[in-house]
Design a protein around this ligand. Structure first.
Ligand SMILES: [Zn+2]
Length: 364
């Protein structure tokens, strides 16, 4: 996040003054993945032949937690608002999936016997000041003591005296290769669009700046308004979510483990090249579903705000896959940025995914 800040300060030719950008920075630095939360993938037990045993799992739910420090009261109004937003967001995903031809499918909430979304109230062990720094780490420790976080997505409203969390409205990240996820929402982040975007991260989607109407972009920026519109789930995102464990509540999943990714093209390119062909070999016993190619956001991205996310993956292209062992190729156009970081994310037919990163550089 600090890196992003330096990039902004270094560019004096922006259309907007730095002062104008300050609130934007707060708005947009929502989404860096939480590295410390990434836990090692639990690999299924291997047999002698190197083929793993199948693990059967149920579809996963979205669960809601309302967290308050011990010196702050629960406010029913906040949980009511949040439940309303969750319904709006669920409808948004169902509409979008239907538009893309996948039927009205969306994530499922945890519900009570009457079908109402459950809100878990968690009272912190400490007072407000304790949670103002390293907020997510401290709250996560307490949540893990009370919930099994190895499955399901936890949406956590953090009601501390600060209206943002680490300077952002919210943060979302997926965990354990698509089996679980976490989403932090600050009090000012209680907006349907922020929740929908962060949930996208929790489902496993990365930023996508190809079109600033896409849900996984930073939205269209209108200098006269702080309203952002991110109203479209891209085709490629819908294709990914079609096999997500969160979007198929009435099926069970079996898994032999996440897709295996091997880069087969050179990590060095001849000086002066304007593009490189990047090839991968993919393997997954459960059947491959989609390969997603990401690079660093750069100045050719539609929205200059994309640059705030430098250093993190930005979606470029995907391929629909069918089979267990497939070679894929993507063309990477070399932009003027000096760090060429590539990411390949692959999801299998069982909603299990894997993402690996590669650096490419010019030959000496
Ligand atoms: Zn984001």
């Amino acid at each position: 996040m600090f890196q992003c800040f330096k990039i902004v300060l270094g560019k004096k030719t922006h259309l907007f003054s730095f002062v104008m950008l300050l609130p934007m920075i707060a708005l947009f630095l929502q989404c860096k993945s939480l590295q410390w939360l990434e836990q090692p993938e639990q690999q299924p037990e291997r047999t002698q032949l190197g083929v793993s045993k199948t693990i059967e799992v149920n579809a996963s739910l979205v669960r809601l937690i309302y967290f308050t420090p011990k010196d702050r009261p629960f406010k029913e109004r906040i949980t009511d608002q949040m439940v309303t937003h969750m319904h709006i967001v669920q409808t948004f995903y169902a509409d979008q999936m239907e538009n893309h031809g996948y039927g009205r499918k969306a994530f499922a909430f945890e519900t009570d016997a009457k079908g109402k979304m459950v809100t878990h109230q968690v009272k912190g062990q400490f007072t407000d000041t304790h949670y103002l720094y390293n907020t997510t780490k401290k709250v996560w420790t307490e949540i893990q003591e009370q919930f099994d976080v190895s499955k399901n997505i936890f949406v956590v409203i953090v009601d501390i005296s600060s209206s943002s969390i680490r300077g952002a409205l919210g943060h979302g990240s997926s965990l354990l290769g698509g089996r679980s996820g976490i989403l932090w929402i600050s009090k000012s982040g209680m907006q349907s669009q922020v929740i929908a975007h962060e949930l996208g991260h929790a489902f496993g989607l990365q930023h996508d700046f190809r079109n600033n109407q896409f849900l996984m972009s930073y939205g269209s920026y209108n200098p006269s308004s702080t309203q952002l519109r991110r109203t479209v789930l891209s085709n490629e995102s819908a294709e990914f979510l079609d096999v997500s464990r969160f979007f198929n509540s009435n099926r069970t999943f079996s898994s032999h483990g996440p897709p295996q990714i091997k880069i087969t093209s050179s990590l060095e390119y001849p000086p002066g090249s304007d593009k490189i062909h990047v090839r991968f070999e993919l393997f997954d016993l459960d059947g491959l579903h989609q390969a997603r190619f990401h690079t660093n956001p750069n100045i050719t991205d539609k929205d200059f705000l994309a640059k705030f996310s430098r250093g993190s993956p930005s979606f470029k292209a995907s391929k629909k896959l069918n089979g267990s062992n497939i070679s894929v190729e993507f063309i990477y156009r070399l932009s003027k940025i000096d760090v060429h970081q590539l990411w390949l994310q692959v999801i299998d037919s069982q909603g299990h995914f894997n993402m690996e990163s590669f650096s490419v550089s010019a030959q000496d």
